[in-house]
Design a protein around this ligand. Structure first.
Ligand SMILES: [Zn+2]
Length: 230
């Protein structure tokens, strides 16, 4: 009984530590640094994990990616009984849209005030993209969807190659040539990371695991590697 109480206390302290760290990462009114994914400046220490410090792999060729995707499509799905079914997540409530933060557009260099929750999304996405790049995929993002100048007149992905308002566009290239541009969600980073790690599953935001095989269609689209119909 004593041990159980101690265990709960330790868990709570760890959780507190995590939430304090998360708070520290998003200081209010802090200007968003330029996209680390597009510059030679090393990523900030915020959100640094052991994985990030691993040496980066060279970007893969399209053929390698296609081979890997075919392997995944042909592989049997993992036994559903072995998929983890989720840790309890705590509700942080709706984002506070009146809370604003600085955003500097990579494309037109305009500094603007945007909702802080969007800045947090961009930072989280940049970190996720950085992790995947180091696994050997030439991946970058177009953040212009958050720039009031670039989205003026309702530019959309289909119309001008820009992101639609408040959307991030994921770009995959091979040998320096763009192969795919897709409006993305954070879940896309989860499946791409699992794919580059050669896993048969990925975990969603609630830590529920899903067979990666179920995402082959989305991977084909994101990676710009359509597999031939059999
Ligand atoms: Zn802009």
């Amino acid at each position: 009984m004593h041990q159980m109480v101690l265990g709960i206390l330790v868990t709570l302290l760890i959780m507190l530590g995590f939430s304090l760290r998360a708070e520290g990462e998003k200081k209010q009114g802090e200007a968003l640094p330029s996209n680390p994914a597009r510059s030679s400046v090393p990523p900030s220490s915020a959100g640094k994990t052991a994985e990030i410090s691993l040496p980066a792999l060279a970007p893969a060729a399209k053929e390698e990616i296609e081979k890997r995707l075919k392997k995944l499509a042909a592989a049997p799905a993992p036994d559903p009984k072995t998929l983890l079914s989720g840790a309890k997540c705590y509700d942080t409530g709706p984002p506070n849209m009146t809370d604003m933060a600085d955003f500097i557009c990579e494309k037109c260099k305009t500094k603007s005030l945007i909702a802080k929750c969007h800045v947090e999304t961009i930072e989280k996405t940049r970190r996720g993209v950085d992790i995947i790049r180091k696994k050997g995929l030439d991946i970058s993002i177009d953040e212009t969807g958050f720039c009031p100048v670039c989205t003026e007149g309702g530019n959309s992905l289909s119309a001008a190659g820009n992101a639609a308002k408040n959307e991030v566009v994921l770009i995959i290239s091979y040998n320096g040539a763009q192969a795919a541009r897709n409006v993305m969600s954070y879940m896309d980073l989860k499946i791409l990371e699992a794919f580059m790690d050669d896993k048969d599953r990925y975990a969603d935001n609630q830590e529920w695991e899903h067979p990666l095989k179920d995402s082959v269609k989305r991977l084909e689209q994101l990676l710009g590697v359509p597999l031939e119909k059999k």
